[in-house]
Design a protein around this ligand. Structure first.
Ligand SMILES: [Zn+2]
Ligand SMILES: [Zn+2]
Length: 179
C-alpha cells in the first residue's frame, strides 16, 4: 500500500516557519506526515479581471497536478483573493473525498478588516482552514458542533469560534474512512 503523505504547496511567498507550523499542526490532527513544496504556479491564467479575484475551482484542479511527488492529499496555500462563481469570496475550497484543497490567507488577515496585524492569529486561522479543507478531502462534511474545525465559516469571527481540532464524531468519521 502507498505510504500516506500530505503535501502542503506554497503558492506565494510564505515564511518557512509559517509553513512548517501549519504542516506540524496538520500532521498532529490527521497523523499523516506533511511535506512542504514550492508550487511554482503562474497565477495569471486564474485571474478574473471582472472580479479582481482568482478562480478557486480552477486553482484546485491545478494544485492537484502541480507536483511529481506521490501524495495522499495535497493542499495549496495562496496569498491572493479566491472566489467561486456562487460566492463573493472563499477562505478555501476542496474536492469532497478528492485529493486536493486550496486555502488563501488573503481574508484571514486582521489588516483586511482594519484591525492590527496579528501573526499568531493569522497562523491559527490558517491552520483551521487548512485542516477544515483537508477534512473535506477525507469525506468529512460540515459539522454543527460549535468548536469543531469542520463547522462552516463565513466570516473570520466564525473561524475564531472554533478550534483546530475535529470533534469526536468527525474524528470517528475520519478514522472510518481509513484513507
Ligand atoms: Zn467547508
Ligand atoms: Zn465535528
Amino acid at each position: 500500500m502507498k505510504e500516506k503523505k500530505i503535501i502542503l504547496v506554497s503558492c506565494g511567498p510564505f515564511e518557512k516557519e509559517f509553513l512548517r507550523k501549519i504542516g506540524h499542526a496538520v500532521d498532529l490532527e490527521f497523523r499523516i506526515p506533511v511535506e512542504i513544496e514550492d508550487g511554482h504556479i503562474d497565477l495569471e491564467p486564474f485571474y478574473s479581471p471582472g472580479r479582481r479575484q482568482y478562480e478557486g475551482n480552477k486553482l484546485l484542479q491545478k494544485v492537484s497536478t502541480c507536483t511529481k511527488s506521490d501524495f495522499t492529499k495535497i493542499v495549496g496555500l495562496f496569498r491572493v483573493d479566491l472566489f467561486i462563481p456562487i460566492l463573493t469570496y472563499i477562505f478555501g475550497q476542496a474536492m469532497l473525498r478528492g485529493d486536493a484543497a486550496v486555502v488563501s490567507v488573503y481574508r484571514l488577515k486582521n489588516e483586511l478588516y482594519g484591525m492590527r496585524k496579528n501573526d499568531a492569529l493569522l497562523l491559527d486561522r490558517t491552520i483551521k482552514e487548512v485542516v477544515h479543507e483537508l477534512g473535506h478531502t477525507f469525506g468529512l462534511i460540515h459539522c454543527h458542533v460549535p468548536n469543531c474545525v469542520m463547522r462552516s465559516s463565513t466570516y473570520v469571527e466564525d473561524i475564531d469560534q472554533k478550534t483546530t481540532h475535529l470533534c469526536l464524531r468527525c474524528r470517528k468519521a475520519f478514522e472510518e474512512v481509513g484513507e
